[in-house]
Design a protein around this ligand. Structure first.
Ligand SMILES: C[S@@+](CC[C@H](N)C(=O)[O-])C[C@H]1O[C@@H](n2cnc3c(N)ncnc32)[C@H](O)[C@@H]1O
Length: 460
């Protein structure tokens, strides 16, 4: 662990007093905490982890280390997440049917949680400015079987042109100076300087000023960072209230684990005490700050949310499938138990470059956005056949399935490597492949050989 910068030590000794600050510096030198969330969208599964120690308040979340090679992870049944980082999505409280924007979303810890809260109803726009990180975001949402998300890689500014006053709730989990991650990611210590804190504050204001334009009047904003600095936390919230007329909403703060925001570190607005601070000294996990705000202004017909086309995107949909396409797709889909998100797929599908998908948002409304995925990709139409896509397998896992071949441990890694696998099964055609009953992806059986359909980009 690199030494803490002198200016950092001086700053927090002044803010917290010597005794609390020393306690913080000591905690920063201790081990970070590992945790994971369980995906309630997947069929009930028996996990191989002993989930004894629950994360306070967060549903289906436990302390413990998991590996990206575990079938639980590969099947999207669990997600490894820093425990304090689970709170922004928890406080967001997305309700099925709402339109939610996660503006700084990669790698997807909070988007996967929001997707679960929506239960497939409503709309999630998960955006990440960095394309390489957005690809990981897409993979994580796919693995989790989220059916109603649009994944984009755009600057916040560009999104405002499409989603003016569109969202019920927006999460801005902002890029920050990362002081709360010092013990998990010691590189953050090397980046740290007071100038960097101020640079981050400026960037946060820019991102937020675009986010505000996309929030409906009366809509809610969750603002979170993983840093301690008041400049990026209470001072940003004060700026939001004064500049845009936000009201600060109370968060469920259990003082055993969570500290209140500090009005004295900003403009002494006592309402700031309703915001939440997580310190590594309080034993939940790493550092985190969360504020929940409501944009004042009455909801009215105009602000009921519209994309730039100003029409209901669902109504614009036409089935772009020919009869023979439908026949090819049916020949695969009819063999599986379809969850409600896929029922009546004939009336909901769109086709783009032979990719067949049930969109979360009409591509007509968003044609100039850099889209990585839109809703559920069912698969690809090839010459005289339909090849189901990996996302379909991950979505089918929400339902009990009969056409499943369970692998033994030696074949599990062969499947993840992309190898063909011998089977005793007499099935033919597309089947789901599982290990310890966790669904991993598709295979196609012919002559007792399972041809591997695990995507090349995910292979290990
Ligand atoms: C704290 S991380 C988000 C973590 C994510 N919410 C999660 O829970 O997995 C902040 C993200 O903001 C992105 N970012 C950086 N600069 C940005 C900008 N100017 N506008 C929007 N996002 C930005 C970063 O690439 C990074 O992925």
């Amino acid at each position: 662990m690199p030494k803490l910068p002198e200016d950092f030590i001086k700053k927090y000794t002044k803010l917290l007093g010597k005794s609390k600050a020393d306690h913080l510096f000591k905690a920063i030198n201790e081990n970070s905490k590992n945790a994971y969330r369980i995906n309630s969208l997947k069929e009930n599964q028996t996990l191989s982890y002993d989930h004894n120690e629950k994360i306070p308040l967060i549903p289906n979340a436990y302390y413990g280390k998991i590996s990206g090679k575990d079938p639980e992870w590969v099947s999207g049944t669990v997600y490894s997440q820093e425990p304090a980082a689970m709170f922004p999505a928890f406080f967001l409280e997305a309700q099925p049917g709402e339109k939610i924007l996660d503006l700084c979303a990669a790698p997807g810890g909070k988007s996967t949680a929001i997707g679960v809260q929506l239960k497939g109803q409503g709309f999630l726009l998960a955006n990440e400015i960095s394309l390489s990180r957005a690809k990981i975001l897409r993979e994580n949402l796919e693995r989790w079987g989220i059916t109603n998300a649009l994944v984009t890689s755009e600057k916040p500014e560009k999104l405002t042109k499409y989603f003016s006053q569109y969202f019920d709730k927006i999460l801005v989990d902002a890029p920050c100076s990362g002081e709360g991650m010092f013990r998990k990611d010691p590189k953050a210590i090397e980046y740290w300087s007071q100038d960097y804190v101020l640079f981050c504050q400026q960037r946060q204001k820019e991102i937020l000023s675009f986010a505000v334009q996309m929030l409906k009047p009366g809509g809610k904003l969750i603002y979170s960072t993983c840093t301690f600095s008041p400049e990026e936390n209470e001072q940003i919230v004060s700026w939001l209230t004064k500049t845009f007329g936000f009201t600060i909403l109370p968060l469920k703060i259990d003082e055993q684990y969570i500290d209140h925001g500090h009005p004295e570190w900003s403009d002494n607005n006592i309402e700031l005490a309703k915001t939440a601070r997580f310190w590594p000294t309080a034993n939940i996990g790493e550092g985190q700050y969360v504020a929940k705000l409501r944009l004042e202004g009455k909801k009215n017909a105009q602000s009921s949310g519209s994309t730039s086309k100003k029409s209901d995107h669902k109504k614009q949909l036409k089935s772009a499938l020919t009869k023979s396409d439908m026949h090819l797709i049916s020949s695969v889909l009819d063999r599986f138990n379809l969850p409600s998100a896929i029922e009546n797929w004939q009336f909901k599908c769109q086709v783009h470059n032979n990719h067949v998908f049930i969109p979360a948002l009409s591509t007509n409304s968003a044609s100039h956005l850099k889209i990585l995925s839109n809703g559920i990709e069912l698969g690809i139409l090839k010459k005289k056949r339909f090849e189901p896509g990996h996302q379909l397998a991950m979505v089918l896992a929400a339902q009990e399935q009969n056409r499943v071949i369970d692998l033994g441990s030696s074949n599990y890694f062969k499947y993840l490597h992309g190898e063909a696998i011998r089977t005793d099964s007499d099935e033919t055609g597309f089947i789901l492949v599982s290990f310890k009953h966790f669904i991993l992806g598709f295979g196609k059986v012919s002559n007792h050989i399972i041809k591997n359909y695990y995507p090349k980009g995910l292979r290990i």
